[in-house]
Design a protein around this ligand. Structure first.
Ligand SMILES: [Fe+2]
Length: 242
């Protein structure tokens, strides 16, 4: 069963002002199957600026999108990297600058909030948001997010209902609060704790440094304690990550 967690926070949007956000806790959810991937498309630019608020003053309709990132065991992925790019409200991409582009990191429980606008339509596509997500695995997951009840969804080759955001609230001006839960590849295949694409002595030293801690990055097998089982995973996967 889902458990609803109440997380208090302030949103910068006046129209969407609320101090309480609803996140659905996917821990123990038996349905943590990997999120459906979708094509990258032609407009991704690497090395976007770090920011979770992509809005400019006066942008409308506003979208506040609550993310959670979990692995296929439904365990939260702390500090997951989330890279976003999408068209503006008129359906145009910024191909020269960083308009509506940015990356941010989930918090220690795998949650984050994106503040942006609802993307407009452009020829051949329904409204969508491009996303890349990376947890502890070296692989980067790429997909697109869509919105329910958009007529153009039915004519978009890439649209899939599994990738719709869940709408929490829409106000009279069309400003929306919604959420999406990413389930991405877990870290088990490569216990590269420090993310340098090698399992080596630096990872071993991190395990020793975090020995006995619960929910620490060095808990590579997610058994809630850094111990000899994590040490053995590192030793057993020594070398370059695939
Ligand atoms: Fe696109």
């Amino acid at each position: 069963m889902f458990r609803i967690a109440l997380i208090s926070m302030f949103l910068t949007s006046a129209a969407l002002a609320t101090t309480t956000a609803l996140f659905t806790d996917r821990t123990n959810d038996p349905l943590c199957t990997q999120t459906r991937p979708d094509v990258e498309g032609p407009y991704w630019i690497p090395d976007s600026p770090q920011r979770s608020n992509l809005r400019d003053p006066g942008d409308a309709p506003m979208l506040d999108l609550y993310f959670s990132v979990v692995d296929q065991d439904c365990g939260p992925i702390p500090n997951a990297w989330i890279d976003i790019w999408h068209a503006d409200a008129d359906g145009d991409y910024d191909k020269k600058g960083w308009g509506y582009r940015g990356h941010h990191f989930a918090d220690g429980a795998g949650y984050s909030i994106l503040e942006t606008v609802i993307p407009g339509l452009y020829p051949g596509r329904t409204s969508h948001i491009h996303v890349k997500v990376q947890g502890d695995s070296p692989s980067i997951f790429t997909t697109q997010l869509y919105f329910p009840d958009v007529p153009e969804n039915d004519d978009d080759f890439f649209y899939h209902p599994d990738l719709e955001v869940s709408v929490i609230e829409v106000d009279a001006d069309g400003n929306m609060i919604a959420e999406f839960h990413f389930v991405v590849e877990d870290r088990h295949g490569c216990p590269d704790i420090n993310g340098d694409n090698y399992v080596n002595v630096s990872d071993l030293l991190t395990i020793i440094d975090q020995w006995g801690l619960a929910n620490a990055p060095a808990d590579v097998n997610d058994d809630d304690i850094v111990d000899v089982s994590d040490l053995l995973m590192v030793v057993g996967n020594w070398g370059e990550c695939e």
